[in-house]
Ligand binder design. Structure first.
Ligand SMILES: Cc1ncc(C[n+]2csc(CCOP(=O)(O)OP(=O)(O)O)c2C)c(N)n1
Ligand SMILES: [Mg+2]
Length: 333
């Protein structure tokens, strides 16, 4: 097992120790942050509305982000707390946004599904399934029109690929050669429906064939794999200015939203994936390669918990937005 792990990662030996450790620190921060959010929502009742956690899928947020440049754009769906943190929005500002407080990244007016930062080029957080996909094509158009070298990463879930606007946007992106990396986080389920009950397509990357678009499928249970795939894809896209559809195979451990009892899948299936938890696997890899000790992993875990609890304290103390906020940020100035 250990040997397999080493063999699997040996191709990445050029990556620095600091980088490999940082990937672990990022994943554990995302996990502890979301666990804190769960308690804040269920036990402390700090906010209402929908709340979708990214627990189990953290390797995607970490692997993708490290392969990008800070100036690249990102846009996502409603399961985007960790994507927002990965893109550079402070955990405190994400937590305050969840709590509807004025120090939130959208001044408490967006909430869980609408994280946003113009400065960090994180363009939401969108609650309409597939709604972000045509917006991403628009961002890609703007990049190309301005002659920039950036790309736009557009995250979506597997079920979003059944939406009409997904197809229209892919058609346009392929026709106009827009620099958009469409990433499907295939966690196998929509709200509670197995993806194979809603499409006859066995692999979602095949959606790209209809538009003659570059495509790939990536094992999302290995953070280095994700990093490698996105890095080489993004490099190619910058060089040749074209879109790409990437299907990343992943799995969520919690319900679709916090209130989902998850009756549509077995406990055994969830346990099977948890046994292959990408965060734990990467931790084991660090220890096996003598890049870290078990004590280091425990220390980074404590650090992550502290960042998450500090974010919660900050959000608790931040005031709600004043009435005058209603009139601000409605239209672009
Ligand atoms: C247009 C539209 N239809 C239906 C919904 C209700 N809805 C919210 S999430 C969801 C499932 C989406 O699943 P997927 O795209 O796989 O993303 P995941 O939740 O697995 O990350 C549905 C049907 C919605 N928000 N928007
Ligand atoms: Mg899904």
């Amino acid at each position: 097992m250990k040997q397999d792990l080493m063999k699997q990662k040996s191709k990445d030996s050029v990556l620095s120790k600091d980088f490999l450790v940082q990937l672990y620190k990022d994943m554990i921060l995302y996990r502890r942050f979301e666990e804190r959010v769960h308690v804040a929502y269920t036990t402390r009742r700090k906010f209402a509305g929908f709340c979708h956690l990214h627990i189990g899928q953290e390797a995607v947020a970490a692997g993708v982000q490290h392969a990008l440049r800070p100036t690249d754009y990102m846009i996502g769906a409603y399961r985007s707390h960790t994507q927002a943190i990965a893109k550079g929005i402070e955990p405190k500002a994400v937590m305050a946004e969840l709590f509807g407080k004025v120090d939130g990244c959208v001044r408490g007016k967006g909430g869980s599904m609408h994280m946003f930062s113009k400065e960090k080029r994180f363009l939401g957080g969108h609650g309409i399934v597939g709604g972000q996909v045509p917006l991403a094509a628009g961002v890609g158009f703007a990049i190309k029109y301005r002659g920039e070298q950036d790309i736009c990463v557009c995250y979506m879930g597997d079920a979003a690929t059944n939406q009409g606007q997904f197809h229209e946007a892919l058609n346009m992106a392929a026709t106009w050669k827009l620099p958009v990396l469409f990433i499907i986080e295939n966690n196998r389920y929509g709200m509670g429906t197995d993806i194979h009950r809603t499409t006859s397509v066995d692999h979602l990357w095949k959606r790209a064939l209809a538009y003659d678009m570059a495509h790939s499928q990536v094992d999302g249970l290995d953070v280095l794999n994700i990093y490698d795939a996105v890095k080489s894809t993004a490099d190619g896209m910058r060089r040749d200015n074209h879109p790409h559809l990437m299907e990343i195979m992943t799995y969520r451990y919690r319900g679709h939203s916090v209130s989902d009892p998850g009756a549509y899948r077995t406990k055994e299936e969830v346990a099977e994936y948890q046994a292959k938890d990408p965060m734990n696997m990467h931790g084991k890899f660090l220890v096996a390669s003598k890049l870290a000790t078990e004590a280091d992993l425990a220390k980074w875990d404590e650090e992550a918990k502290k960042i998450a609890s500090d974010a919660e304290d900050f959000a608790d103390q931040s005031p709600p937005p004043g009435e005058d906020e209603i009139w601000q940020h409605v239209y672009a100035e």
